[in-house]
Write a protein that binds this ligand. Structure first.
Ligand code: ADP
Ligand code: MG
Length: 234
């Protein structure tokens, strides 16, 4: 398994600032500054087109901003996109609203990242079964991923991220196409991730009060992020 060099018992703290991005002369993100910690559970809001997906893709190392500074420990700073991208991809995992699963079994999809990291068959099998317990879908282990419902696909994608133990999982509108039953199952999975001390950011229009116990809310408006306390009783 890839060693997570900068992770301590307290988890990981990452500071990103001076994030700027313009596309076609339109400012999408402007001087964004955020500190993210693996005990964070963040609700990210903002109108359609306000830049939520763009922001998540940048911090997952999938999209290059025009400028940025990354600090990930007292001493370590990095301003080169090439090496920051590597660091970010190792620690952050971005999950698309309709996650891509390749054609093959649920087992194969979850095992993929573990094979890539060189684990042996027995270790892979153990972890895949653990992940299926996490998402409460052990009975789907041999099911072809293409026949799963949208909610099941989302949970398998979460399991596939979880097995490689990132410090942060970024869920982009995970509930957008889910019925009530799937939503409740997914709440349970996400709350379980929190027990494992994985930092989570969820973009959503709904505050999910009473279901998800966020500790922060970030709001994007006109390229700027404002941070406030999540009001669980509002
Ligand atoms: N590849 C791109 N090229 C040009 N503009 C883009 C690109 N990706 C996103 N945008 C624009 O950036 C803005 C933010 O998009 P997005 O991050 O998808 O917003 P949100 O996720 O909040 O709905 C939108 O105005 C969108 O049109
Ligand atoms: Mg979006």
């Amino acid at each position: 398994m890839t060693e997570l060099k900068y992770t301590t018992a307290e988890g990981l703290k990452v500071q990103l600032d001076n994030i700027n991005l313009c596309k076609n002369k339109q400012i999408i993100l402007q001087n964004i500054q955020v500190t993210l910690s693996s005990d964070d559970f963040i609700l990210m809001t903002g109108q359609n087109g306000s830049g939520k997906s763009t922001f998540l893709k940048i911090i997952a190392g999938l999209l290059k901003p025009d400028s940025f500074n990354l600090n990930y420990s007292e001493q370590l700073k990095n301003n080169s996109w090439q090496s920051s991208k590597k660091f970010l991809r190792q620690h952050f995992c971005y999950l698309h609203q309709t996650p891509y699963l390749f054609s093959g079994s649920v087992y194969d999809n979850i095992a993929y990242g573990l094979k890539y990291r060189g684990l042996n068959k027995a270790e892979i099998s153990h972890k895949v079964h653990e992940a299926l317990e996490l998402i409460s879908l052990p009975h789907l282990v041999q099911r072809n991923s293409q026949v799963l419902s949208g909610g099941e696909k989302q949970r398998v994608a979460i399991a596939r991220s979880w097995v490689i133990q990132p410090n942060f999982i970024l869920l982009d509108e995970p509930f957008a196409n889910m019925d009530k039953h799937s939503r409740h199952r997914t709440y349970a999975t996400i709350n379980q991730l929190k027990e494992d001390n994985i930092g989570i950011i969820i973009t959503s229009h709904d505050p999910h009060r009473g279901e998800l116990d966020f500790n922060k809310q970030m709001h994007l408006y006109q390229g700027i992020i404002s941070e406030k306390e999540y009001e669980s009783n509002a």
